[in-house]
Design a protein around this ligand. Sequence first.
Ligand code: F6P
Length: 324
Amino acid sequence: MAKRIKHIGIFTSGGDSPGMNAALYGTVKAATTQGIALTGIRRGFEGMIDGDFMELDEKALQRTMHQGGTVLKTARSKRFRKLPDRKTALKKLQEKGIDALIAIGGDGTFKGLLAFSEICKLPCIGIPGTIDNDLTGSDYTLGFDTAVNTAIQNIDKIRDTAESHNRVFLVEVMGRDSGYIAIHSGLGTGADSILIPESTTDFIRLLDKVRDYRSEEALIVVVSEGDELGADLVATKIREVNPKVDLRITTLGHVQRGGHPSAADRMLGLRLGVAATEALVAGEKNGMVGVIRGQLSLTPFDQVVKRHQINETLEGLLKIFSKS
Ligand code: F6P
């Protein structure tokens, strides 16, 4: 029988994402219900190495549900890649009496936990927290829905000015090497073309469109930041095939990371916060909770960090909507 969990340490790590505070609230509520102590670890793995702990107040967390970012703060830790620093982190957790961990983050976080599991035998459960939606083991990650909505609101605004001037606009969205934000925000705004890292034929189709473009209407192109060419080079190529185009580039950048979490991200955060706590109580370890086709799931960390592919349904939609 698994040892009874008495004291969970929780942290957020990597890029912040809207809905992380809801996940913290979900966890504190579930832990309190189970009679388990919960301690916050500030600044992700950095705070773990430094022993930067924080008491988590249930009432205070309840009032942060509507805020983007993470009240625990976050970091991308270079130090945690080194074994001596990981050993220091383990010592700090032991001194604090922490006997289980919940991590909210993306693939870098789970890779870090895999490395940590070589020396740390504490059970760890992950919650997918990244706007990129690039993790195997959950249909959606925390913050993705909010980021897409933010991108859509901004692309709609760009369309107003683009239509007024009959301009070609390249709008670069985030996602690292995943095209999910580009696909959802591009389809959701009726973009004329969507360029993603997972496809190399999308650019050829765009050039065909631009060659015959007559400057009598706007053309909106959503470019994922991880696209193999990138917005600047795409702009150069467009000007080469059609020097008449009046073209502008807009990079949406970090606005996509902030803002009030959407209803979907708040619910996902609460649900996964509770699920992570219950998974630890049930004796689970080294896996990420997620939601697949509406059902809660648990996926081992080594599977989670494998590349999340664009599914067939989205590929089909892209084909239909990228035809002229
Ligand atoms: O992983 C989330 C993300 O916002 C990516 O989409 C982006 O490439 C990256 O983080 C930006 O990282 P930083 O905030 O460290 O510049």
